[in-house]
Design a protein. Sequence first.
Length: 342
Amino acid sequence: MGTVVGNRTSGAPAMADVARLAGVSHQTVSRVLNGHPYVQEQTRLRVQAAIDELGYRPNRVARALVTGRSQLIGVVAQNTTLCGPSSLLAAFEQAAALAGFVVTTHRANVLDRQSITKALERHRDQRVAGIVVIAPTTSAHDAVDTVPPDVPLVMVDGDARRATPTVTVDQAAGAVAATRHLLEAGHRTVWHVSGPPDWFDSAGRIEGWRSALEAAGAEVPPIVPADWSAASGYRTGQMLARMPEVTAIFAANDHLALGILRAMSERGRRVPHDVSVVGFDDVPEAAYFIPPLTTVRPDFDAVARDALELLMAQIDGSSVAGLLRTSTPTLVPRDSVRPPSA
């Protein structure tokens, strides 16, 4: 065991050294490392500060021998660079690492039953402690039913109506906030450029957009279908730019919004003077669009923490069937919205 000298440790620091420096018990340090939900945030931060200062690294082999469980978590995700799934995966990997787990990820080009089943079987062969499936599409869900009930499993960004423990962003609430923001700016209605129909994110954003318009007594225009790409946003933007009645657009993600901004500029319709635009996801580039894009920011870190806590509860033997946790996104106002021109 390393010994603490001042605030440093000679030799490899142990959990007891972390506990001593943080002023907590070694059981509390263990709970923090395992992502236990019942640790006060101030205590968690103090323990993490001690871990960082001492450079403590958990001995995963020893912990596996003591606890009888693997320190490996399997993740199934789509092979995509889309902001939402990529950000969720990165956030979960970071949360798991802080809890002392290693994440092994199987990426599928298509989230269909065959690909998901294959990925799940691979993770079970690796004897992972639990599995997280980032499954934003309807085609991914049937395969999850093949997993035995004793395997800890959490769905992320999936169907909130399933019995499987699920963590997701409240897509409808984010869309309501975006639509209300445009209505409160004085626009009579809001047009929606949607994502692909088989994505739960897309369906939730349509639901929120429509409900906000109906609650305000505003006309509900026809949905303008698209995919998630800037190219698709550009094509739909070319059409919408030719429609003088369109003064406000809620795009299902920021890349669609980027394409719309380009199309509006080429057609001589100024954003936000002639048309206001709101996106979703708050990609890092959104603040640097011309104009800076008003958008909706999901809390991917909160989703990752909730997913890890639900998974850890199952690994520890708790029953969480049918448990749903949702994270409410926030509106990020920038310069792409203003009242309509007289």
